[in-house]
Design a protein around this ligand. Sequence first.
Ligand code: ME8
Length: 529
Amino acid sequence: MKNKFYITTPIYYPSAKLHIGHAYCTTLTDTIARYNRLRGRETFFLTGSDEHGMKIEKNAAAAGKTPQQFVDEIVASFKELWTALDITNDKFIRTTDKEHVITVQKIFTRFLEQGDIYLGHYEGWYCTPCESFWTDIQVGPEHVCPDCGRPVQKAQEEAYFFKTSKYLDRLLKYYDENLKFITPESRKNEMINTFIKPGLEDLCISRTSFKWGVPVKENPKHVIYVWLDALVNYISALGYGQDEDGNFKKFWAEDTEKVHILGADITRFHAIYWPMFLMALDLPLPDREFIHGLLMTKDGKMSKSKGNTINPYPLIEKYGVDAVRYYLVREVSFGSDGQFTPEQFVERINMDLANNVGNLLNRTLSMINKYYNGVIPTYTKGINNPFDGELEAQMEEIIKDYDSLFLDLHPTEAIASVMKLTSRANKYIDETTPWALAKQEDKAPLDACISHLARSLYIAGVLLQPVLTRKAGNLLDQLGVSGDKRTFKDITDENVLNGLSVHKGDQLFPRLDETIEVPYIVSKMEKKD
Ligand code: ME8
């Protein structure tokens, strides 16, 4: 395992407010970043905004604002959302940042000088919302964008092109030698079958039909294609092209695991062109690109035109940040598509947090107060056989599973494994019947039982921290665990809890009864903005 970790989300378009799908991607990425920090890995987590392009220029004009004013306001709302969701990004990159713009221009110049770029003419079908040109075959007889399904327009312009043929063999070799580079693997096969096998064309890499972008220094009537501009954020944010001795040297290094998280809609740019740009810059390629699925509503894909994009704020306000994060991470397996419904939301929180973890905490702390005056007894093993042994084995297995699942980018399954442990511990209460053990003269069986329960809760509390950013800490506070005993390494120490005083507080996860209406982002609000 590489000793450092660099993880990124896509940089989102500030053409409209973010919805729950963006919150999904960023929360999952944050959870993975937090896990890596908990594990003691030096971690850098990047998110940001992709601010150039024709769509932003048009939307700004429609709102009667300059593009810069327009993006400044929307980007402020991105940052508010990330604060509300306890997102711990180490940097927020904006493609309008001066340093980024200079780096993009430097890269373009280098490609020109190296002969990776040439000037030609482009004729094709252009999808404005996706900022993408498509061929006749790709748009089909209906002339719709293969990514978003919206109508495309015929367009022709003088343009610079990037020679993809120069790097294609190396890309395919990298795919073969790095089987986990693009995961799930089906996404890689899709790239090969849809784009590479039919014959990959050179990539059109500049535009002359609008102004809002990074100008080509050598020919300023051109602006640099928004996707080259956008993809470069992953290295410009670390200082590439500016100050390369700091974060760039540290995190775009061979001994750093470099991971991009993205949705399937933008796989092509990340899986094909981004590695080629890096090859042209003579830089190492990312280790992983993890393609997550779409979060949908009952009536299918969320889209502004359908008016069914879900606003995360009312959920955070009503249920709290922990519940929203938990739902996002736990409900839909990372890598698959899923559906948001308020009913499933409430059911998931009740089943896992109220009935499982909350119940275990409540029962255990009540017994520690009742039988031990609030002090956790010393951990003793192998007394209530075979139940102690089974629970001990379960604890060890869960710690191992959780770790390997997180490291392999399966946060949903990692968190599900913690629920397995707390369910097992709840069952252990019924098996060992501590209320009966309390009546015995010999206190050893009760000590063992209660200390096993406390230890299960301790492990669960530590392992839930990456997702439950507030309540996992509250759980550990109630157990009396000090702030310096909450890392992944600490949980292997079986004696941490001996003699700690618990502080039973309010119910950590009260049962939710009511669902709320699906909180759509109201299109009127969008118009007003
Ligand atoms: O494509 N479910 O930005 P974007 C889950 N600027 N995730 C979703 C989602 C949904 N319903 N909708 C969006 C861009 N996403 C470019 C990226 S990167 C160098 C440039 C997430 O604002 C998902 O991760 O359209 C998707 O890939 C991303 O938002 C697209 O965001």
